[in-house]
Design a protein around this ligand. Structure first.
Ligand SMILES: [Zn+2]
Length: 317
């Protein structure tokens, strides 16, 4: 059923696409990223989180982005995504730089660390709030899980994880009094209103072609958390814009997130980069590589005497 609904939506969106594209191009010419787009320069980035050691999966992503830039004579940037201050550690940050250098990957310009740019994210959030596109959510994780269960969602359905929008209906007075009383809250995007404001959107995936955005796919996403002034979605969108990234390359697990990022780009008046989503590296059991696969960390491979060239060959397999 959902597929049918999406198809209808897709054809509706594609009918209005050509007129929207002009508006999007208007942004491209005016935006910061516009110049790189205009000159056709490729700017890619690798953006790991310092929550553990880099493994072969990270090396695959980094090499993919590095090659896309270098083959086109473009720029390859490094960004450390360390907004989660509780999980990120400086020793992993240092290890990332060292492992990439050992692997033979050079990056252009300064490393951007998200934790040093909270003001940029606050400013973007304020712009969305001014347009009435955000709202405070006072729900705890436990309450959200209970609300979803009550709504009768099947436990294995992917959509079951979507926030049901409980706090969207709260009145202005109620919001103010809860905040004044010191209740902790996150900031969510009112996706329905945001889609209405942005109109139909699409992006170019260099492998899959033109993708019609369906930003409702993850519901009213969190833009700022109770304990962190920004979420992954907003930080990445702002950073890619400020760093002038023209080609976002990342794992296929983030394909869904691109629908949200495309919407945020439109709302904030940013240029839209092209995208490539590569398959994720898996372990012998066919599972996505994680910190548990310590033996496949670049450090561990290096300790066994493997050369950078050998590890690069393993990573691109
Ligand atoms: Zn809520």
């Amino acid at each position: 059923m959902r597929e049918d609904g999406r198809d209808r939506k897709a054809s509706r969106a594609s009918r209005t696409l050509s007129s929207r594209r002009l508006a999007v191009n208007g942004y491209r010419l005016g935006g910061t990223t516009g110049l790189a787009h205009l000159l056709g320069m490729i700017v890619t980035r690798f953006a790991p989180s310092p929550t553990g050691l880099l493994h072969l999966g990270h090396a695959h992503s980094a090499l993919f982005a590095h090659r896309a830039a270098r083959e086109a004579g473009g720029r390859f940037l490094l960004r450390i995504e360390d907004i989660d201050r509780a999980r990120c550690r400086p020793e992993f940050d240092a290890a990332i730089l060292e492992d990439l250098a050992w692997l033979g990957l050079d990056w252009d310009g300064e490393v951007r660390r998200q934790s040093e740019h909270f003001d940029d994210y606050r400013a973007a959030l304020a712009r969305l709030a001014e347009r009435g596109l955000t709202y405070p959510c006072f729900c705890s994780r436990k309450e959200i899980a209970a609300e979803i269960a009550q709504a009768g969602a099947a436990p294995h359905e992917p959509l079951a994880a979507i926030y049901p929008g409980t706090c969207r209906a709260l009145g202005e007075e109620e919001r103010r009094s809860r905040i004044a009383a010191g209740a902790p809250y996150a900031i969510r995007l009112d996706v329905g209103r945001a889609i209405e404001a942005a109109g139909p959107l699409s992006w170019r995936d260099l492998d899959a072609g033109t993708i019609v955005a369906d930003p409702a796919i993850e519901g009213d996403v969190v833009l700022a958390r109770r304990d962190t002034p920004v979420s992954y979605h907003l930080a990445v969108t702002v950073d890619d814009h400020l760093q002038g990234v023209t080609l976002v390359t990342r794992g296929a697990d983030l394909f869904t997130a691109t629908h949200i990022h495309r919407l945020l780009q439109a709302l904030l008046g940013y240029a839209t980069p092209d995208y490539r989503h590569h398959p994720l590296r898996t372990n012998a059991a066919g599972e996505r590589l994680s910190k548990r696969d310590g033996a496949l960390s670049l450090r561990a491979l290096r300790a066994t005497g493997k050369s950078p060239a050998e590890v690069r060959a393993m990573a691109v397999l």
